[in-house]
Design a protein around this ligand. Structure first.
Ligand code: TRP
Length: 349
């Protein structure tokens, strides 16, 4: 059996187990607060989190602020990015009563797990991580100690709350594998404290940016969830298309056109081919009009809720405050177990 089919089968079986006993799972998921969340995040991860929440799975959602400084020399905008992300989570329907939203820098006991965890991995293992290698190459800078070890820190993100289900794209699979290794080694060496978390490989589509490459803020091809309808129209207006008035879905030959068709189809719940057929020979300007309207219609309610929430700054802060408090309580309990398992309790209290 090839790995693709094996993964698909594992996902089907996992899905059935989640449906049968959602209460047995705890999701830990998160992202780096390095920019505004965009349509790629929405269709890639946020909507899946909302679905898991509706299925009754408890979720911890980390805004990995220390991970924002793995490949850059500045923490500028981290605070605003954190607040903006919370607005999008709430507007998308994540409910802070069942989803604990927090920043990992605010949870000291989580970070302390890094020390014993580091002792469980070799330098050679860390250097082999393909995602770290790719990110290092893309960053164009020297390898920092944090860049090399952040996957171990990510294991602390996952294991502090005994998360056993981690929805990830393929970039993060090596980190979940490392987390499993760390959990296993800790349990073998000391005592059974941690679950071996399973990755939930999402079937969600990769959303192209308006130029046909993967949507990414750093490519300047992203439509942010928080943009207004007019800002969205402006981004789409600038998209590179071509002069062939007959619109066809051809991702290789016509990447800009295909990207608009794909995104419009995602929002309309149909296929890019069908939208191409409906536009026929009315040209790229008509395609841009259709894509703009479809995307703006789809996100109108999200943006309305978002704008409403943004009016009250303290609402977001309250959500973070409650999330951080809960995360701290959970992390302190786990750290206590870890220190007990390691024989590092020296007083009665
Ligand atoms: N590395 C993840 C990303 O690329 C962000 C992240 C940090 C994360 N900690 C996590 C994801 C724990 C899943 C689980 O965005």
């Amino acid at each position: 059996m090839n790995t693709f089919t094996a993964t698909q089968e594992r996902m089907r079986a996992l899905d059935a187990r989640i449906t049968a006993r959602p209460d047995r799972f705890r999701v830990l998921t998160g992202e780096r607060p390095t920019g505004r969340l965009h349509l790629g995040h929405y269709f890639g991860t946020i909507s899946e989190r909302v679905t898991l929440q509706a299925r009754g799975v408890e979720t911890f959602l980390v805004l990995a602020d220390y991970q924002a400084i793995t490949d850059r020399d500045t923490a500028d905008n981290v605070s605003i990015n954190v607040h903006e992300a919370v607005l999008d989570y709430l507007a998308a329907g994540l409910d802070p009563a069942s989803t604990t939203i927090f920043t990992h820098s605010s949870v000291p006991a989580l970070n302390q797990l890094l020390l014993p965890f580091l002792s469980l991995v070799s330098e050679a293992e860390l250097h082999r991580n393909p995602t770290v290698k790719a990110e290092l190459a893309a960053s164009g800078r020297a390898l920092s100690g944090l860049m090399l070890t952040y996957p171990v820190h990510q294991a602390a993100d996952i294991l502090f709350c005994k998360g056993n289900l981690v929805p990830v794209g393929k970039d993060n699979l090596p980190h979940v594998e490392l987390t499993r290794t760390i959990a296993r080694r800790f349990n073998d060496r000391y005592d059974d404290v941690f679950p071996e978390p399973e990755s939930l490989v999402t079937a969600s589509p990769e959303v192209p940016g308006v130029d046909g490459r993967k949507m990414s803020k750093s490519y300047g091809n992203a439509i942010a969830l928080g943009m207004t309808a007019d800002e969205t129209a402006a981004v789409i207006r600038r998209a590179q298309t071509d002069s062939d008035r007959h619109i066809t879905f051809d991702p290789v030959g016509r990447p800009g056109i295909a990207a608009l068709l794909t995104t419009a189809a995602l929002c309309a719940g149909t296929t890019p081919e069908l939208i191409a057929e409906q536009i026929g020979s009315r040209g790229a300007a008509e395609l841009k009009r259709v894509a703009t309207d479809t995307i703006n219609d789809y996100f109108a309610a999200h943006r309305r809720r978002r704008a409403e929430l943004a009016r009250d700054r303290s609402a977001v802060m309250d959500v973070l405050q409650a999330g951080v408090e809960r995360a701290n309580a959970v992390a302190e309990t786990t750290l206590d177990e870890v220190r007990s398992a390691m024989g590092m309790h020296y007083t009665l209290t």
